[in-house]
Design a protein around this ligand. Structure first.
Ligand SMILES: [Ca+2]
Length: 267
């Protein structure tokens, strides 16, 4: 790595917080991960992570599968129509309509409580995991700490790594819980920091479980509502709620695809 690049990274780390600036350097391979973890444990502790979370951090392993996936995210570079066909939009719409018709009370209660239409939640559920068909096989804590250590986007992932460790403290996940390659959790693939902030119990068992359908969809609706969803307003491009869909995923083809599929599910 050039000195110039090191300075840039050190500079951006400084904007995070004074505590983070003193941490071990990021790395692009496994060699510095253990040292980084030891340093990050101090930051995590300062951020309020407890004993169970710190133990999960200590047992985290550098996730080569995560880094491989992170360097190969080409689908967001597709055109909208290509993206929708690659992601199976027609199938998601058909399945989404069927699921809504099969459980109307559930989706009505979500819309009544959070103001988010069923189509939006079903489009996200279908797009993220094929309605829970595959929720990932990568250990969440290892994935998210690897991304927090990796030099590409540490500022983005560090808060999610802290969130994951706090989820361990809270008992929402364990060090062995599996999710997608970037540490996303459950039916709708929440990043851990968002799961920590927006996860709610809707099944009534007193705990947030993003692998439980009711909890996951209610948490997703809660996220969208807290990010400013306006009940009854439109969510297509140019309408008030489209910007809230942007909060869910930063890729514009994804946002447009969700809006289009949602309208077809609800239509
Ligand atoms: Ca629950």
């Amino acid at each position: 790595m050039s000195v110039f690049k090191t300075l840039i990274i050190a500079g951006s780390a400084l904007t995070l917080s004074a505590a983070m600036a003193a941490g071990a350097p990021c790395g692009n391979n496994a060699s510095g991960f253990e040292r980084w973890k030891a340093d990050f444990a101090k930051d995590a502790k300062a951020a309020g992570v407890g004993q169970r979370g710190l133990q999960a951090l200590a047992s985290a392993q550098y996730s080569t599968a995560t880094i491989r996936a992170d360097r190969n995210q080409k689908s967001f570079k597709y055109s909208l129509s290509k993206f929708m066909s690659v992601r199976g939009a027609d199938t998601i719409v058909a399945q989404g309509r069927k699921r809504k018709a099969g459980n109307p009370g559930f989706y009505q209660s979500l819309e009544k409580h959070f103001g988010v239409p069923a189509g939006v939640l079903l489009a996200i559920h279908g797009m993220e995991t094929g309605f829970g068909g595959f929720m990932g096989d990568t250990p969440v804590v290892s994935a998210i700490t690897t991304l927090a250590y990796d030099c590409r986007r540490p500022q983005f992932f560090i808060p999610h790594a802290i969130g994951a460790l706090k989820l361990v403290d809270r008992g929402t996940i364990t060090a062995n819980t599996r999710g997608a390659k970037h540490g996303e959790l459950g039916h709708t693939q929440f990043l851990p920091g968002n799961a920590y902030s927006y996860g709610i119990d809707a099944s009534g068992d007193g705990r947030v479980d993003l692998y439980n359908l009711a909890d996951a969809l209610a948490s997703t609706a809660n996220f969208l509502r807290k990010k400013g969803w306006k009940p009854g307003k439109g969510y297509q491009q140019g309408q008030p709620n489209f910007r809230v869909i942007k909060e869910w995923n930063a890729a514009s083809v994804y946002q447009q695809a969700i809006a289009i599929m949602a309208a077809r599910i609800d239509g």
